[in-house]
Design a protein around this ligand. Structure first.
Ligand SMILES: NC(=O)c1ccc[n+]([C@@H]2O[C@H](COP(=O)([O-])OP(=O)(O)OC[C@H]3O[C@@H](n4cnc5c(N)ncnc54)[C@H](OP(=O)(O)O)[C@@H]3O)[C@@H](O)[C@H]2O)c1
Length: 309
Protein backbone atom coordinates (compact mmCIF):
# COMPACT_ATOMS: atom_id res chain seq x y z
CA UNK A 1 0.00 0.00 0.00
CA UNK A 2 1.41 3.41 -0.93
CA UNK A 3 1.94 5.60 2.11
CA UNK A 4 -0.02 8.83 1.92
CA UNK A 5 2.29 10.85 4.14
CA UNK A 6 2.90 14.46 2.99
CA UNK A 7 6.34 14.86 1.45
CA UNK A 8 8.62 17.55 2.95
CA UNK A 9 8.97 20.53 0.63
CA UNK A 10 12.20 21.42 -1.19
CA UNK A 11 13.68 18.03 -0.34
CA UNK A 12 14.07 19.02 3.30
CA UNK A 13 14.64 16.19 5.72
CA UNK A 14 11.84 14.67 7.82
CA UNK A 15 13.38 16.38 10.84
CA UNK A 16 13.48 19.95 9.53
CA UNK A 17 10.82 22.64 9.19
CA UNK A 18 8.43 24.44 11.50
CA UNK A 19 8.65 23.64 15.25
CA UNK A 20 5.34 21.72 15.22
CA UNK A 21 6.54 19.56 12.35
CA UNK A 22 9.80 18.86 14.17
CA UNK A 23 7.73 17.80 17.18
CA UNK A 24 5.49 15.55 15.09
CA UNK A 25 8.55 13.98 13.49
CA UNK A 26 10.20 13.36 16.83
CA UNK A 27 7.01 11.70 18.08
CA UNK A 28 7.06 9.52 14.95
CA UNK A 29 10.68 8.55 15.64
CA UNK A 30 10.06 7.81 19.33
CA UNK A 31 6.94 5.80 18.40
CA UNK A 32 8.91 3.77 15.88
CA UNK A 33 11.65 3.04 18.44
CA UNK A 34 9.04 1.99 21.05
CA UNK A 35 7.44 -0.38 18.52
CA UNK A 36 10.87 -1.85 17.69
CA UNK A 37 11.72 -2.31 21.40
CA UNK A 38 8.31 -3.89 22.11
CA UNK A 39 8.80 -6.42 19.29
CA UNK A 40 12.24 -7.34 20.66
CA UNK A 41 10.76 -7.75 24.16
CA UNK A 42 7.89 -9.97 22.97
CA UNK A 43 10.33 -12.17 21.05
CA UNK A 44 12.56 -12.42 24.11
CA UNK A 45 9.78 -13.55 26.44
CA UNK A 46 8.47 -15.89 23.74
CA UNK A 47 11.57 -18.01 23.09
CA UNK A 48 11.89 -20.78 20.54
CA UNK A 49 8.81 -23.03 20.75
CA UNK A 50 9.09 -26.49 22.18
CA UNK A 51 7.32 -29.54 20.70
CA UNK A 52 7.47 -28.11 17.23
CA UNK A 53 8.79 -29.42 13.90
CA UNK A 54 11.92 -28.25 12.09
CA UNK A 55 12.85 -29.09 8.50
CA UNK A 56 16.58 -29.00 7.83
CA UNK A 57 18.07 -29.23 4.34
CA UNK A 58 21.61 -30.57 4.07
CA UNK A 59 21.13 -32.44 7.36
CA UNK A 60 23.39 -35.36 6.44
CA UNK A 61 26.63 -33.64 7.51
CA UNK A 62 28.34 -30.50 8.82
CA UNK A 63 26.29 -27.54 10.03
CA UNK A 64 22.95 -29.15 9.10
CA UNK A 65 23.68 -32.28 11.12
CA UNK A 66 24.60 -30.18 14.17
CA UNK A 67 21.35 -28.20 13.81
CA UNK A 68 19.54 -31.55 13.93
CA UNK A 69 21.23 -32.56 17.19
CA UNK A 70 20.69 -29.14 18.83
CA UNK A 71 17.03 -28.97 17.87
CA UNK A 72 16.35 -32.55 18.93
CA UNK A 73 17.77 -31.64 22.31
CA UNK A 74 15.25 -28.77 22.38
CA UNK A 75 12.37 -31.17 21.72
CA UNK A 76 11.86 -30.49 18.03
CA UNK A 77 10.51 -33.21 15.77
CA UNK A 78 12.64 -33.21 12.65
CA UNK A 79 12.39 -33.59 8.90
CA UNK A 80 15.88 -34.22 7.54
CA UNK A 81 16.55 -33.58 3.85
CA UNK A 82 19.63 -34.39 1.71
CA UNK A 83 20.76 -36.85 -0.98
CA UNK A 84 22.62 -39.40 1.22
CA UNK A 85 19.87 -41.78 2.30
CA UNK A 86 22.02 -44.03 4.50
CA UNK A 87 23.48 -41.08 6.42
CA UNK A 88 20.05 -39.50 6.95
CA UNK A 89 18.52 -42.78 8.09
CA UNK A 90 21.33 -43.43 10.56
CA UNK A 91 21.11 -39.88 11.91
CA UNK A 92 17.31 -40.08 12.32
CA UNK A 93 17.62 -43.35 14.26
CA UNK A 94 20.35 -41.99 16.54
CA UNK A 95 18.34 -38.83 17.23
CA UNK A 96 15.21 -40.80 18.12
CA UNK A 97 17.22 -43.07 20.42
CA UNK A 98 18.86 -40.11 22.18
CA UNK A 99 15.78 -37.89 22.54
CA UNK A 100 12.02 -38.33 22.80
CA UNK A 101 11.40 -36.88 19.37
CA UNK A 102 10.28 -38.09 15.95
CA UNK A 103 12.62 -37.75 12.96
CA UNK A 104 11.65 -38.35 9.32
CA UNK A 105 13.86 -38.25 6.28
CA UNK A 106 13.27 -36.99 2.75
CA UNK A 107 15.89 -38.10 0.24
CA UNK A 108 16.03 -35.43 -2.40
CA UNK A 109 18.55 -33.82 -4.72
CA UNK A 110 17.72 -30.17 -4.12
CA UNK A 111 19.63 -29.01 -7.18
CA UNK A 112 16.84 -30.39 -9.39
CA UNK A 113 14.46 -27.67 -10.60
CA UNK A 114 11.19 -27.95 -8.67
CA UNK A 115 12.82 -29.95 -5.84
CA UNK A 116 11.51 -27.46 -3.25
CA UNK A 117 7.94 -28.13 -4.38
CA UNK A 118 8.53 -31.90 -4.21
CA UNK A 119 9.71 -31.55 -0.59
CA UNK A 120 6.82 -29.23 0.34
CA UNK A 121 4.28 -31.64 -1.16
CA UNK A 122 5.81 -34.62 0.68
CA UNK A 123 5.55 -32.70 3.95
CA UNK A 124 1.97 -31.55 3.23
CA UNK A 125 0.83 -35.09 2.31
CA UNK A 126 2.07 -36.36 5.68
CA UNK A 127 0.15 -33.55 7.39
CA UNK A 128 3.23 -32.11 9.10
CA UNK A 129 3.37 -28.45 10.12
CA UNK A 130 6.84 -26.99 9.76
CA UNK A 131 7.51 -24.40 12.46
CA UNK A 132 11.17 -23.92 11.59
CA UNK A 133 12.77 -24.15 8.16
CA UNK A 134 16.55 -24.27 7.91
CA UNK A 135 17.76 -23.78 4.35
CA UNK A 136 21.27 -25.06 4.90
CA UNK A 137 22.09 -27.30 1.91
CA UNK A 138 24.67 -25.68 -0.31
CA UNK A 139 28.12 -26.06 -1.76
CA UNK A 140 30.99 -23.99 -3.08
CA UNK A 141 33.35 -24.39 -5.99
CA UNK A 142 36.92 -23.14 -6.10
CA UNK A 143 38.71 -22.00 -9.24
CA UNK A 144 38.94 -19.47 -12.01
CA UNK A 145 35.37 -18.93 -13.29
CA UNK A 146 36.06 -19.72 -16.95
CA UNK A 147 37.87 -22.95 -16.03
CA UNK A 148 35.03 -24.38 -13.95
CA UNK A 149 32.45 -26.70 -15.54
CA UNK A 150 29.27 -24.86 -16.45
CA UNK A 151 26.87 -27.67 -15.33
CA UNK A 152 28.40 -27.54 -11.83
CA UNK A 153 28.03 -23.74 -11.72
CA UNK A 154 24.38 -23.93 -12.76
CA UNK A 155 23.75 -26.70 -10.21
CA UNK A 156 25.19 -24.46 -7.49
CA UNK A 157 22.95 -21.55 -8.46
CA UNK A 158 19.93 -23.86 -8.51
CA UNK A 159 20.70 -25.29 -5.06
CA UNK A 160 22.09 -22.23 -3.25
CA UNK A 161 19.53 -19.76 -4.65
CA UNK A 162 16.55 -21.15 -6.58
CA UNK A 163 15.60 -24.02 -4.27
CA UNK A 164 16.18 -21.85 -1.20
CA UNK A 165 13.78 -19.22 -2.58
CA UNK A 166 11.25 -21.89 -3.54
CA UNK A 167 11.28 -23.52 -0.09
CA UNK A 168 11.17 -20.15 1.65
CA UNK A 169 8.12 -19.08 -0.34
CA UNK A 170 6.26 -22.36 0.12
CA UNK A 171 6.83 -22.61 3.88
CA UNK A 172 6.58 -18.89 4.68
CA UNK A 173 3.02 -18.66 3.35
CA UNK A 174 1.49 -21.01 5.98
CA UNK A 175 3.74 -19.48 8.64
CA UNK A 176 2.26 -16.07 7.85
CA UNK A 177 -1.25 -17.55 8.11
CA UNK A 178 -0.37 -18.94 11.55
CA UNK A 179 1.52 -15.73 12.42
CA UNK A 180 4.42 -17.77 13.75
CA UNK A 181 7.48 -19.50 12.39
CA UNK A 182 11.23 -19.31 11.90
CA UNK A 183 13.36 -19.48 8.79
CA UNK A 184 17.15 -19.68 8.92
CA UNK A 185 18.83 -19.25 5.54
CA UNK A 186 22.48 -20.22 5.61
CA UNK A 187 24.47 -17.57 3.76
CA UNK A 188 28.17 -16.96 4.49
CA UNK A 189 30.63 -14.19 5.25
CA UNK A 190 31.38 -14.64 1.52
CA UNK A 191 28.05 -12.87 0.99
CA UNK A 192 29.52 -9.56 2.18
CA UNK A 193 32.28 -9.21 -0.44
CA UNK A 194 32.95 -10.60 -3.93
CA UNK A 195 35.45 -13.46 -3.80
CA UNK A 196 37.78 -14.03 -6.76
CA UNK A 197 38.10 -17.78 -7.49
CA UNK A 198 34.84 -18.36 -5.60
CA UNK A 199 32.94 -15.83 -7.70
CA UNK A 200 29.64 -17.66 -8.24
CA UNK A 201 29.54 -19.11 -4.72
CA UNK A 202 30.08 -15.68 -3.11
CA UNK A 203 27.42 -14.19 -5.40
CA UNK A 204 24.92 -16.89 -4.39
CA UNK A 205 25.56 -16.10 -0.73
CA UNK A 206 25.25 -12.32 -1.36
CA UNK A 207 21.82 -13.16 -2.79
CA UNK A 208 20.86 -15.22 0.27
CA UNK A 209 22.01 -12.46 2.63
CA UNK A 210 20.17 -9.69 0.77
CA UNK A 211 17.00 -11.75 0.23
CA UNK A 212 16.80 -12.96 3.83
CA UNK A 213 17.49 -9.51 5.30
CA UNK A 214 14.66 -8.00 3.26
CA UNK A 215 12.30 -10.80 4.38
CA UNK A 216 13.34 -10.20 8.01
CA UNK A 217 12.10 -6.62 7.72
CA UNK A 218 8.89 -7.65 5.92
CA UNK A 219 7.93 -10.28 8.48
CA UNK A 220 9.30 -9.23 11.84
CA UNK A 221 6.12 -7.49 13.00
CA UNK A 222 4.05 -10.60 12.15
CA UNK A 223 5.66 -12.99 14.63
CA UNK A 224 8.02 -14.61 12.11
CA UNK A 225 11.76 -14.75 12.58
CA UNK A 226 13.99 -14.76 9.52
CA UNK A 227 17.74 -15.05 9.93
CA UNK A 228 20.60 -14.94 7.45
CA UNK A 229 23.26 -17.09 9.08
CA UNK A 230 26.72 -16.04 7.86
CA UNK A 231 29.38 -18.49 9.03
CA UNK A 232 33.05 -17.78 8.65
CA UNK A 233 35.35 -20.72 7.79
CA UNK A 234 33.88 -23.73 9.61
CA UNK A 235 35.33 -27.19 10.01
CA UNK A 236 33.10 -29.34 7.75
CA UNK A 237 33.38 -31.14 4.40
CA UNK A 238 32.74 -27.83 2.64
CA UNK A 239 36.35 -27.24 1.56
CA UNK A 240 36.82 -30.77 0.15
CA UNK A 241 33.52 -30.53 -1.74
CA UNK A 242 34.54 -27.11 -3.09
CA UNK A 243 37.87 -28.60 -4.26
CA UNK A 244 39.97 -26.07 -2.40
CA UNK A 245 43.71 -26.57 -2.98
CA UNK A 246 45.27 -28.38 -0.02
CA UNK A 247 47.58 -25.38 0.55
CA UNK A 248 44.66 -23.08 1.45
CA UNK A 249 42.17 -25.49 2.91
CA UNK A 250 39.97 -22.97 4.73
CA UNK A 251 42.72 -21.24 6.72
CA UNK A 252 43.53 -24.37 8.69
CA UNK A 253 43.51 -23.60 12.39
CA UNK A 254 41.34 -20.48 12.02
CA UNK A 255 38.20 -22.51 11.51
CA UNK A 256 35.43 -22.75 14.09
CA UNK A 257 33.33 -25.85 14.70
CA UNK A 258 29.85 -26.36 13.28
CA UNK A 259 28.64 -26.56 16.90
CA UNK A 260 29.79 -22.98 17.54
CA UNK A 261 28.01 -21.77 14.39
CA UNK A 262 24.73 -23.42 15.37
CA UNK A 263 24.95 -22.14 18.94
CA UNK A 264 25.38 -18.54 17.74
CA UNK A 265 22.54 -18.92 15.26
CA UNK A 266 20.04 -20.22 17.83
CA UNK A 267 21.13 -17.56 20.33
CA UNK A 268 20.54 -14.91 17.64
CA UNK A 269 16.95 -16.11 17.25
CA UNK A 270 16.19 -15.11 20.82
CA UNK A 271 16.48 -11.44 19.91
CA UNK A 272 15.50 -11.93 16.26
CA UNK A 273 18.72 -10.60 14.75
CA UNK A 274 18.44 -10.26 10.96
CA UNK A 275 21.88 -11.73 10.38
CA UNK A 276 24.44 -13.61 12.42
CA UNK A 277 28.12 -13.51 11.55
CA UNK A 278 29.98 -16.32 13.28
CA UNK A 279 33.70 -16.72 13.92
CA UNK A 280 34.57 -13.91 16.31
CA UNK A 281 36.54 -10.71 15.82
CA UNK A 282 38.38 -11.81 12.69
CA UNK A 283 35.21 -12.41 10.69
CA UNK A 284 33.65 -9.22 12.03
CA UNK A 285 36.65 -7.32 10.65
CA UNK A 286 36.35 -9.11 7.27
CA UNK A 287 32.66 -8.27 6.83
CA UNK A 288 33.28 -4.63 7.76
CA UNK A 289 36.36 -4.07 5.55
CA UNK A 290 34.33 -2.45 2.80
CA UNK A 291 33.36 0.38 5.13
CA UNK A 292 36.96 1.49 5.41
CA UNK A 293 38.73 0.57 2.15
CA UNK A 294 38.05 1.31 -1.54
CA UNK A 295 36.32 -1.57 -3.31
CA UNK A 296 38.96 -2.02 -6.02
CA UNK A 297 41.71 -2.21 -3.39
CA UNK A 298 39.79 -4.91 -1.51
CA UNK A 299 39.08 -6.89 -4.69
CA UNK A 300 42.82 -6.89 -5.54
CA UNK A 301 43.63 -7.93 -1.99
CA UNK A 302 41.11 -10.77 -2.12
CA UNK A 303 42.45 -11.90 -5.50
CA UNK A 304 45.97 -12.23 -4.09
CA UNK A 305 44.69 -13.99 -0.97
CA UNK A 306 42.52 -16.50 -2.82
CA UNK A 307 44.84 -17.28 -5.73
CA UNK A 308 46.15 -20.86 -5.49
CA UNK A 309 49.74 -20.75 -4.23
N1 LIG B 1 31.92 -24.75 6.15
C1 LIG B 1 32.10 -23.46 5.93
O1 LIG B 1 33.21 -22.90 6.09
C2 LIG B 1 30.92 -22.61 5.54
C3 LIG B 1 31.06 -21.23 5.63
C4 LIG B 1 30.01 -20.43 5.26
C5 LIG B 1 28.83 -20.99 4.81
N2 LIG B 1 28.71 -22.33 4.72
C6 LIG B 1 27.44 -22.89 4.23
O2 LIG B 1 26.94 -23.81 5.17
C7 LIG B 1 26.05 -24.71 4.53
C8 LIG B 1 26.35 -26.12 5.01
O3 LIG B 1 27.62 -26.49 4.57
P1 LIG B 1 28.64 -27.33 5.47
O4 LIG B 1 29.79 -26.45 5.77
O5 LIG B 1 27.93 -27.97 6.59
O6 LIG B 1 29.15 -28.38 4.36
P2 LIG B 1 28.88 -29.94 4.19
O7 LIG B 1 29.36 -30.68 5.37
O8 LIG B 1 29.45 -30.26 2.85
O9 LIG B 1 27.29 -30.06 4.15
C9 LIG B 1 26.54 -29.77 3.01
C10 LIG B 1 25.17 -30.39 3.14
O10 LIG B 1 24.39 -30.02 1.98
C11 LIG B 1 23.86 -31.20 1.40
N3 LIG B 1 23.75 -31.05 -0.04
C12 LIG B 1 24.73 -30.72 -0.92
N4 LIG B 1 24.26 -30.75 -2.16
C13 LIG B 1 22.95 -31.12 -2.09
C14 LIG B 1 21.94 -31.35 -3.03
N5 LIG B 1 22.16 -31.20 -4.35
N6 LIG B 1 20.72 -31.73 -2.61
C15 LIG B 1 20.49 -31.89 -1.28
N7 LIG B 1 21.40 -31.69 -0.33
C16 LIG B 1 22.63 -31.31 -0.73
C17 LIG B 1 24.84 -32.31 1.76
O11 LIG B 1 24.19 -33.57 1.80
P3 LIG B 1 24.27 -34.70 0.67
O12 LIG B 1 25.63 -34.68 0.08
O13 LIG B 1 23.92 -35.94 1.41
O14 LIG B 1 23.19 -34.34 -0.32
C18 LIG B 1 25.23 -31.91 3.17
O15 LIG B 1 24.30 -32.40 4.09
C19 LIG B 1 26.23 -24.48 3.03
O16 LIG B 1 25.16 -23.72 2.55
C20 LIG B 1 27.52 -23.69 2.94
O17 LIG B 1 27.57 -22.86 1.82
C21 LIG B 1 29.73 -23.17 5.09
Amino acid sequence: MIENRQQPQNCRSRFSGAPERVLVNWFWLVGHMLKWSATRFILKINPIRIMATALITGASSGIGEVFAWELAQRNYDLVLVARSEAKLQELAEKLMQAYAIHAEIIVQDLSNPGAGTTVFEAVSQKGWTVDMLINNAGFGDYGSFSDRPLPKIMEMIQLNIATLVELTHLFLTPMRQRRSGTIINVASIAGFLPLPYMSVYAATKAFVLSFSSALWAENRADGIRIQALCPGPTSTQFFQVAEFPATMNGNGGNMVTAAEVVKESLKGLETNKSNIVTGGLKTQIIVNLQRFFPRDFLLSLMESQFKAK
